[in-house]
Design a protein around this ligand. Sequence first.
Ligand code: AMP
Length: 413
Amino acid sequence: MKTRPVRGTHDIFGENIIKLNSIREIVSKNANIHFYKEINTPIFELTDLFQKPLGEQSDVVLKEMYTFKDRNDENLTLRPEYTTPMIRAAITNNLLNELPLKVYGIGPMFRRERPQKGRYRQFNQINFEIFGSDDYFADVELICIANDVLKNILPDCKIELNINSLGTKKNLLNFKEALSEYFINNKKLLSEESKNKIYNNPLRILDSKNDQDIEIAKNSPSINEFISREAKEHYENVKNSLSSININYTENKNLVRGLDYYCNTVFEFKTNELGSQDTLLGGGRYDGLIDLLGGPDIPGIGWAAGIERISMLMKSNLIKNNEIHLAILDKKFKSQLLKLIQCLKDSQIPYFWNYKYNLKKSLSKANSVKAKKIIIIGEEEYKGNYYTIKNLENSHQDKIKIEEIGKYINDKS
Ligand code: AMP
C-alpha cells in the first residue's frame, strides 16, 4: 500500500508551524485589545446549516461542500466557512442574551475546489464576527482589526482594501432582478458559466474573470440606482471613518462576495504578490442571517482570512537554531545527563540529544543543523564534576560547573 495525502490537503510542519503559531499569537493579541472572545466549533455540522444560508446556487453549496451521510442517515457537512457555525454555536449556547457578542475563531475549513497555489481543499481561516449591532462603527472596527492583523503579520507587504455596499436585503433583491433582466438581454455575449448564473446568481457575473463578461458587466445596472438613503448614509459613514483613521481603500462596484447572505458593507483585502489567488481576507454584513438560522432578528458582520495565503507572504528563515546540543559519551554518565537536563529546563534553555553515546555522531548532528553550542559529558567531565561547553562557531571550549551552567549559557547567548 502506498500512502498518500488527500489531494488539496497539506501537512503543516517546520517553518510553516512557526508561522501558524506566530499568526495565532498576533490574532489573539488583536482580539484581546478589542474584547473578542474565542469560540472553537466542531469541524462538521448538519448540512442544513450551510445549504440555504450560503445560497443554494452559490459555488460553495453547488460544487464544493464535503457532504456525507453518517450511519443514522443524517446529512453532515465539513464546515466550508465559519460564520454560520459561529452563529449556530452562539444560539445553541445562549450567548446572544447579552449583545453585542464579539467572537473570533481559528481553524480548518473544507471546500472541494480545484487545488492550486493558494487554494486547497482543507485550509485554515481566521474569523472575526460581531453579532447584534447595525452601527457603522462595528463595520469600521472590524475593518480596522483586519487591517491591523495583516499589517502586524506582513509589515512589508503591499495590501489593498477594496470596499463596496450592496445595500439592504431589499435593495439587493431589486438590484438582482434588474441585473437578471440586463443579462437576459445580453445573454448571447456571456460566457457559458455566466449564462448559468443569469437567473439564480446574477451578482456573481459581476466578478467574473472572463474578458467578455467583464465587457458586458461594464454597462450593467449599478447598485447605486437601488441603494436606499439609509444604506448610502451607512456606507458614507464607514468610508469617512476609515479615511479619518488613515486606512486607505478603493471602492469597487463589482465587489459582491461569493455567498448569498451578504448585504450592505462588503470588503476584501488583496495583494498582487500571490498570483491569481490574490484575496487574503474578505467579509461583510449579513443582516438577516442570524434570524434565518433560528436566532433572534439581529444584525451581524464579520470577516475571514486565509492563513495559508498569509503564510506564503511571511518571511522565511524563522527557524532559530538556539537549542544546545548534548553529547554523552557513555551510558554510565546518565545521572550527569539527568542533572544537566534539569538544570537546562530550570533556565528555560532548549536542548537536543540524539540518544546516542557517540561524540562524532552528536557533533555531526549539531553541525548539520548549524547549532551554536554543544555540551559534552565524557570521562574527564565525569571525574572532574563539570561540563565542557564547546562553541561550534569558533571552537572555543569552557569547563563549567553544573550550578553555573544556566547563567553561563544565558549570558553568552
Ligand atoms: P471566503 O470565505 O471565500 O471569503 O474566504 C476568505 C479567505 O479564506 C480568502 O480570502 C482566502 O484567503 C481564504 N480561502 C478561501 N478559500 C480558500 C482555499 N480553498 N484555500 C486556501 N485559502 C482559501
